[in-house]
Design a protein around this ligand. Structure first.
Ligand SMILES: Nc1ncnc2c1ncn2[C@@H]1O[C@H](COP(=O)(O)OP(=O)(O)OP(=O)(O)O)[C@@H](O)[C@H]1O
Length: 567
């Protein structure tokens, strides 16, 4: 793997804990993977390393780059906590074996609580909204979260926790809270983790939340394990999910870590780099080493009208494909929220293959079953040894979430059976027939019924896309060969030849809560400095995904950030 001077220094020369801070496209993830490979090559006996990513997709991407027989954990902080803290140590508090709330159980929560009309209030975003329910360090419910609904978060949270207790499951917040509780009350747990891991590497460190931070710090305080944390504080976009401010400043002291800045970027044209640099007065000067740097393509700012907006985006997409020869999977159309992204994805999918939000007949089913299905789909379309590790990791997560326990031998057997059967699917089969086959396959391997498949089948048979073949469905699910129409949050860490930013309007970025109408005036909540900072970070992430073409659209008054980059 090619590395520049500072990347090499980060990989080979920093001995203790390290913080790698850098702007977009400077190779943070590449450096993290190189460091992991290097650590694995020189791994002391009986030690392991852990690579903590922000999303399951990030974990799959990294796991597929690490081909090794050595002991390594790659996954989100939630999987890490389940595997190394909750599963082995829940007994300390007489807690039952951890079981994660499933999609079906969350759906059921909405059904049994229909009196507070969660669906009506939250629309398709309801699962994200539930994810905002968190706890303070003392275990009390956190009601300070940005919550744009008429029902108080406290009320929904209490019902949600009661519901979880009644069926003996926990959500992602509770996984972190309970893990925090265990590590802070039992120093021997921290000692055992610290001696197990030679190094813990953390990607996207800017979005670390308080519990995650405290868990890692507790491990750090009790042993010799080192930490390698990479991120960019300007790309902190999950503050609504508890990402803490100043995590880098704090970690420098708490983890006694050396800080190194990567200054060479490899992604975008000079025009794009200059555009995102303008957003921050204190933006570091970066040395653009990208092959695209000298491409003379202007960043485009366009105002469309509400009634021709969808048509306009379609015409830009057609132009990029037909005139500029950009491949479908090198195009991203990004919005600030699901509400903006969804109508656009429905419009674009009339003419093109779309991946990402809203592309599938079932719009929003996200759990370990669909994650496993997604990685199997990727392997089906492009089988490779590199994906086997990810598939195994997903199966482990799947078993963990479903409260099943298997020996290593059984796990290997089940992994092989599932993969072999999956590769035999006939891609020309109709989607419903294909799905029934997959459902049967999962049942025979795991011996449990997956309600997710019934849910998906139900959605498929009522939606217009029932004419798809299973092959087309798997391509869309795997996110290949399609335009990525998504929210900005979902494409964190990715890059595309062409990026179209949709509805970069005042009120949308930074987001301003709508309070109501007074006469002809629409009244919005005033913006705090924090709202502006969050919006700016989101805009920065969006703009910096583009390699060659950047088209920024607004169909109302422009966002304040458009005015900044225009000047
Ligand atoms: N030393 C290098 N030589 C050539 N290309 C590089 C080098 N380092 C990184 N790249 C390329 O630069 C691009 C960005 O790398 P990567 O995704 O690791 O950056 P990042 O800093 O994690 O980005 P972001 O902040 O957006 O998450 C990738 O296409 C990667 O292959």
């Amino acid at each position: 793997m090619k590395l520049n001077k500072n990347q090499r220094k980060a990989v080979f020369e920093l001995i203790g804990s390290a913080l790698i801070t850098a702007s977009p496209g400077t190779g943070k993830t590449r450096t993290l993977v190189a460091r992991a490979i290097n650590k694995l090559e020189t791994l002391p006996k009986h030690k392991s390393i852990a690579l903590i990513t922000y999303t399951n997709a990030g974990a799959d991407e990294i796991a597929s780059r690490l081909i090794t027989e050595k002991p390594v954990f790659v996954g989100t902080i939630h999987s890490f906590c389940l595997e190394y803290i909750l599963r082995p140590f829940s007994w300390l508090n007489k807690w039952k074996r951890p079981k994660v709330i499933s999609y079906e159980q969350q759906e059921e929560f909405f059904e049994v609580n229909e009196d507070i009309d969660l669906e009506g209030n939250f629309g398709q975003n309801k699962f994200d909204e539930l994810g905002k329910i968190g706890k303070n360090l003392d275990g009390s419910l956190n009601s300070e979260i940005e919550w744009n609904h008429s029902i108080p978060i406290q009320e929904v949270a209490l019902r949600y926790y009661d519901y979880q207790t009644s069926i003996g499951v926990m959500d992602f917040n509770e996984i972190l809270y309970r893990s925090y509780y265990i590590v802070t009350n039992n120093s021997f747990v921290c000692k055992s983790l610290s001696s197990k891991f030679h190094e813990i590497l953390v990607d996207e460190f800017q979005d670390t939340n308080l519990y995650q931070y405290k868990i890692l710090k507790s491990i750090n305080d009790f042993g010799t394990c080192t930490f390698f944390m990479v991120g960019d504080s300007k790309q902190r976009i999950f503050s609504f999910a508890g990402a803490i401010k100043k995590s880098f400043e704090q970690a420098k002291i708490d983890f006694n870590s050396e800080q190194l800045e990567l200054t060479e970027t490899y992604r975008s044209t000079d025009n794009i780099v200059n555009t995102y640099s303008k957003l921050f007065e204190d933006h570091p000067i970066i040395d653009n080493k990208s092959d695209n740097s000298r491409l003379d393509i202007d960043v485009t700012l366009i105002q469309t009208k509400k009634d021709n907006h969808l048509e306009y985006v379609n015409s830009i997409v057609n132009q990029l494909i037909e005139k500029e020869n950009i491949e479908l999977n090198e195009i991203a159309v990004l919005s600030t929220s699901w509400f903006s992204a969804y109508p656009l994805s429905q419009s674009l999918r009339q003419n093109h293959r779309i991946v990402g939000l809203g592309a599938l007949p079932h719009k929003y089913i996200s759990n370990s079953t669909t994650s496993l299905l997604r990685i199997l789909a990727k392997h089906y379309l492009e089988p490779s040894i590199r994906k086997l590790r990810s598939i195994k990791r997903n199966i482990e997560m799947h078993l963990l979430e479903n409260g099943l326990q298997l020996s290593e031998k059984e796990l290997t057997y089940k992994t092989n059976t599932l993969i072999t059967n999956f590769l035999l699917l006939n891609s020309d089969n109709n989607i419903v027939a294909g799905f029934c086959e997959i459902k049967k396959m999962f049942h025979s391997v795991f011996k449990i019924t997956h309600a997710t498949f019934d849910e998906i089948l139900d959605k498929i048979s009522t939606e217009e896309k029932q004419t798809w073949t299973i092959g087309e469905y798997l391509e869309t699910l795997a996110g290949v060969n399609g335009i990525n129409c998504n929210t900005i949050h979902k494409v964190k860490g990715l890059e595309f030849d062409a990026v179209i930013l949709n509805e970069m309007n005042e009120n949308k970025i930074p987001f301003q809560k709508f309070l109501g109408k007074e006469g002809n005036d629409w009244i919005y909540q005033e913006l705090s400095e924090e709202d502006i900072e969050n919006g700016k970070n989101l805009f920065y992430v969006a703009v910096s995904r583009a390699k060659k073409y950047l088209i920024i659209l607004h169909n109302w008054k422009p966002s304040m950030f458009i005015n900044i980059i225009r000047n």
